[in-house]
Design a protein around this ligand. Structure first.
Ligand code: PGA
Length: 246
């Protein structure tokens, strides 16, 4: 039986005061049956680590450099994330693929850099609306995941995968539980061909997860939790989603 994992993706939101209130709300909502984590903007890692240190809530970042270190202005390395106690780094979020032109191979290299420092990459894959309507969903997510599988090789079983249909992110338009499950099933089958750990691996769903649709999504056979954007910024909503697991 896989343990559920709920990850809040704060994106580029937050302030010292808002973070303190949000984190206190999440801590106050314990205990959770699921594992719970928040992925925060880099400057807030330190205060998040302090606020969560004595709890079982985990934290992480929303990106990490593919490089070990060096003259890469503006980049943050996996070694730095490790120093701040990050358990996770989201890599290949569709907003980075879209606005920062991240290729499948760059995403794979970032995942590898994270793992090399003991930071679990949460690798995002997902199709756009045009790709779904053209019947290309399967080909797109397979191509995105296959780059990571090949680059991680025997470590592929260590990553977390997040299926995030681009058309469902921040739009209020959630994939139905059946639509999401169908893609999760494909992804797990692909992982099976690559690693003996496939059955134990966590595959998250992301895209307009809310308190009122979370339980149905998380009840699907291959959906092991959620990567939650907008609803992770309100403590009451995020706590409700974290509780929507059985
Ligand atoms: P959303 O974002 O929950 O606001 O749709 C999810 C994500 O981008 O990870």
């Amino acid at each position: 039986m896989r343990r559920k994992l709920i990850v809040g993706n704060w994106k580029m939101y937050g302030s010292h005061s808002a973070n303190a209130e949000l984190l206190a709300g999440i801590v106050g909502g314990r205990p959770y049956l699921a594992d719970v984590a928040v992925c925060v903007p880099f400057p807030y890692l330190s205060e998040t680590a302090v606020a969560l240190a004595a709890t079982d809530i985990r934290w992480g970042a929303q990106d990490c450099s593919a490089h070990e270190q060096g003259a890469y202005t503006g980049e943050v390395s996996a070694a730095m994330l490790q120093e701040f106690g990050c358990r996770y780094a989201i890599v290949g979020h569709s907003e980075r693929r879209q606005y920062h032109a991240e290729s499948d191979q760059l995403v794979a290299d970032k995942a590898k850099a994270a793992l090399a420092r003991g930071v679990t990459p949460i690798v995002c894959v997902g199709e756009t609306l045009a790709q779904r309507e053209a019947g290309d969903t399967e080909a797109v997510v397979k191509r995105q995941l296959s780059a990571v599988i090949h680059t991680l090789a025997h470590c592929a079983g260590e990553m977390v995968v997040a299926y995030e249909p681009v058309w469902a992110i921040g739009t209020g338009r959630t994939a139905t539980p059946e639509q999401a499950q169908a893609v999760h099933h494909l992804l797990r089958a692909q992982l099976h061909a690559a690693t003996p750990r496939a059955d134990a691996m966590t595959i998250l769903y992301g895209g307009s997860v809310k308190p009122d649709n979370a339980a149905q999504l998380f009840a699907q056979a291959d959906i092991d939790g959620g990567l939650v954007g907008g609803a992770s910024l309100k403590a009451a909503d995020f706590v409700a989603i974290c509780r929507a697991t059985t």
